[in-house]
Each structure stands twice: as C-alpha cells, then as structure tokens.
Ligand binder design. Structure first.
Ligand SMILES: [Zn+2]
Length: 190
C-alpha cells in the first residue's frame, strides 16, 4: 500500500498503539458503566461495535507495519506504549524543577523557609551570594540578582540559550520519554 492511500500514514506506531489502548479502555469503561447502570449508555451495542471496528483497523495497520520491521529502512519500533507527542502539562508534572536545575547546572540548593536558594546558575550572572530561589510547591523560580524568573520551560530556555518554546518542549519530552524507556526496558530508543 502506498503511503498517500493509507489513512494512518501520518501516525507514528506509538500513536497507533496509544489509540488502540484508548479504545480498549473505552470498551472496559463501557462494560463497567453498564454493570452499574444498564441504562447509562443509549446505544451500547453500537458503541461497542464501533470501538471493535476501530481496534480491528488499528491492528491491521500494526500487523502490516510489523511485517515491514525487518526492512533496513523501517523506523525503529516503539519499545513501549508511550505517546511521544510533546505535552507541556505532562512534562511539567513529571519534571521536578529543583532536580532539573541541579542536574543541568550542578548547583546545590539550601532551604530557606518555603523556598530553596542557590547561586544563580543563569548565563550572564556570576554571583558570590545566593539570590536564586525556587518555590518547590509552585514549581517557579526567581533570581533576586538578575531579576529573571519563570517556570521549568523559561529556565530551560535560558539554559539552552533559545527563545523557541517548541524546541525546549521537544527537548524535555525526549529527555522524559527517554528516561522512562530506560527505566522500563533497559534500552534507549535513541
Ligand atoms: Zn541571576
């Protein structure tokens, strides 16, 4: 089948797996709802049939790609069901600001009340007394010396030296997904 005629052409294999997983959850929740209240779905049979047809389509495409995996030009198969599309909210939840700053800049924080402080690690600010503070609960930072502040993404933009939010989001996504794959599989997706 040539790409343009395949409606799954623009979806990564990870996305297809995720989509199939979502349909399976829909089916599962449908059954749970019906057990609790038989009238909770107006057309349960049609809904179930629609979900099963969608899963069948996805499985057919996955089987087709599976058959091509050994070809030298075939892209790498995802090692787990992870959606690799950048999601800013999910990244913010899974990346702790303090841990990120410590790891990328090698600074040491000390606690001051509700905040933690350290020597400002930002480019262009070389200081002797700590004026860079992070609020762990709010996951925000501010430097009382160079008067810059923000969240995880603004910090990463300063450190990576870019004004492009999308670049930073993609870099952090790759990092988070890479870490999780390492933890789950013991191998890197590369
Ligand atoms: Zn500063």
């Amino acid at each position: 089948m040539i790409g343009v005629r395949n409606r799954f052409r623009d979806s990564s294999t990870a996305q297809l797996l995720t989509e199939a997983e979502c349909w399976l959850w829909d089916l599962t929740e449908l059954d749970v709802d019906l057990e609790a209240a038989p009238e909770s779905w107006a057309y349960p049979d049609q809904t179930r049939a629609f979900a099963l047809a969608a899963i069948e389509d996805l499985n057919a495409e996955l089987a087709r790609r599976d058959g091509l995996r050994s070809r030298s030009t075939a892209p790498q198969w995802p090692s787990s069901w992870i959606d690799r599309r950048p999601d800013a909210a999910a990244i913010k939840q899974s990346v702790d600001l303090i841990t990120y700053i410590e790891r990328t800049c090698g600074v040491v924080f000390e606690r001051r009340g509700r905040e933690v402080i350290c020597l400002c690690p930002l480019p262009g600010h070389d200081e002797r007394t700590p004026s860079f503070s992070v609020h762990p609960e709010k996951q925000v930072w501010y430097c009382h010396g160079c008067h810059r502040g923000g969240d995880l993404f603004t910090f990463a933009m300063h450190v990576m030296g870019t004004d492009h939010f999308a670049d930073v989001l993609q870099a952090l996504t790759d990092e988070v997904v890479g870490d999780r794959d390492l933890a789950l599989e013991g191998v890197s997706l590369g």
